[in-house]
Design a binder for this molecule. Sequence first.
Ligand SMILES: Nc1ncnc2c1ncn2[C@@H]1O[C@H](COP(=O)(O)OP(=O)(O)OP(=O)(O)O)[C@@H](O)[C@H]1O
Length: 675
Amino acid sequence: METLRPDWPLLLVTSLSLVATLAFTLAFPMAMGAVFDLVRAQGGLAGGAAAPTAAAVGPFSHGAMAAPTSFQGVLLRLGACMVLSATGNALVAYLSTLLGERFGHRLKGRLMQIIMAQEQSFFDSTTKGDLVSRLTLDVQVLQATVADFIGLRGFRSLFEVLGALCLMCTQQPLLALVSLAITPLLSRLLRAVVVRSSAIIFRRQQVAAKALDFASERLSQVQTVQVFAQQEREAAAFAQLSEGALVLSRKYAFFQGIVEGTGRLAVNVGTMSLLGLGGMLVIQNKISVGALLAVNMLNVFISVGLSSAAASLGELGKAVGALERVAELVAPSQAAASAGSSEAASSSSETASSSGCSGSNGAGPSVLDGSSTSSTSSSRSTPTVAAAAQPEASISGRVELRDVWFKYPGAADWAVRGLNLTLLPGQTVALVGPSGGGKSTIAALLLGLYRPQRGEILVDGAPLPAAGEGGRGAAAVGMAAVLQQPMLMSGSVTQQISYGKPEASHAEILAAARAAHAEEFVQQLPQGYDTEVGERGHALSGGQKQRLAIARALLLQPKVLVLDEVTSALDVTSERYINDTLRHLAATKLIIAHRLSMVRRADLIVVVEGGQVVEAGSREQLLAMPDGIYRRFVSTAELGWVEGGLSDSSSGSSSDEGAAAAGGKGAQQMPMAAD
Ligand SMILES: Nc1ncnc2c1ncn2[C@@H]1O[C@H](COP(=O)(O)OP(=O)(O)OP(=O)(O)O)[C@@H](O)[C@H]1O
């Protein structure tokens, strides 16, 4: 109703047109009856002087229609009814279709807005295909229903039935009894059929959505399907899913057949009964032949109107299913919020017990200066994080994670446990650790993509706005990110870079591309910055996509920049350039990297494992720890890993790590790539 409301003037015009059209449509049988009676009164069909007097004044002489006086007059009236009814029908069909289309357009926009405002956890638990089917199939059903119910069949058929019944009752009460006897029986039968078929349609929609979901996922992964030669299996699986919808469609078709057949039967039974009773009345000269004809036509209107209304109600049943699926999107955040709070409540005891074990959780963040020793923990406790470098006081961009606990929806275990971490303005903090340790999850929390079940995240002292609350999330507080798999959207290179700031000038875009070391390859593209990158940027290499994603983030001049494995697809030279760019960036940076060339210049290195900080400090501090995890990780030098692989004068670290490697035999290996 809310979506329809803005179109109330159109709705009003449609309704008025509908009522006027119905008046002309219902006048049509009366005019036809009048023609017939006039023909008889003037001697046609063995009428003339012998014709019954009742017939001479037409079928509805006591009603609204005045008795026809001349043949031309009555023909004119019939013609006017036909023309006006046809014009009205055309107008109503046009207006109601327009109304449906406008409704669908508005609903789609609204739904897209709602979907886009959801939290990441919503997308984790909902498939893209399902969302697409709600946005397309379900909205189409709803818009068709609006058009159908308002103008094409629903209300119109009901009004037609009611109008015809009223006319019959006031003009020919005896004959109206026949219709009144048949109508409830027919309505009841049709209602039962409609209820059954609506349930079938709802199930069919669900199955169809599953098939669509399957198809969209497999199509987006078509390369994997082809590389593993699974085309036939996937096609067969899709056919099987579609088969489910076909079985239900067959049942639906059966009920549609019943609706159709019942409607016809009702027309025939009604016609036969009316002809029987009405014929007797004509013989007894109680009514005219024209009246019998008109009543018969009205009865056809009633029967056809009823089955048409039933079919429309069937569509409405379908729409109720679609509406339910669409409405589910409107309040998931509340549902998620309550689920989250209950989860948080249920977790509090768990939290308390693990806090007791670690002895440091819940103590709140504490940022120590560079002179303090770093915290380490060989047990699973959560140390407070020490800052190794003094921040530049003038730069804002302080980020604090205070006793943050997070569990993915439906997951059994915590992905982040009691995390305390402070990023000082301008500081570069590197998160390292084994795969699955929780680094990307921390980055996602920091970007407001998920809300922690417990604890808080503050940016410059204010709570981080969640991305799913309709606001701009982390971007609103000057944060930007380059994520692990940089996704581009179809559009030109310029559009990719300016995605977060569409109003950016060309000069700004060029500067960002230069800083991300993308300029050279962009200039070599066929249309330079105007080159279309294709769906998801498929026309670009992995490294090129990464560079555009970096340019996209740099353009925003963020005060906090989150970089998750941003150079994994880059060659050594590009990586070095980008490292240089990032180093000179004033923003606070959180870097997640498996390549240690990204990590070694960080002010603070934080080792994350099992969702906890297990070691933190400057590189020197960590390497100085005899049993330090970072130091042990460095022992992978034995496997060819050298932190200072890049020939960089400032590094001089290879020897450090080589020394560390000597003492690191048998250490746990962290998957860090060789430079
Ligand atoms: N969307 C998700 N839903 C449920 N569990 C998830 C989700 N994403 C990650 N996880 C789980 O959370 C844990 C932490 O994953 P995360 O991606 O943060 O690790 P990571 O340290 O970044 O790993 P990598 O270095 O391989 O990228 C893992 O156990 C993972 O299985």
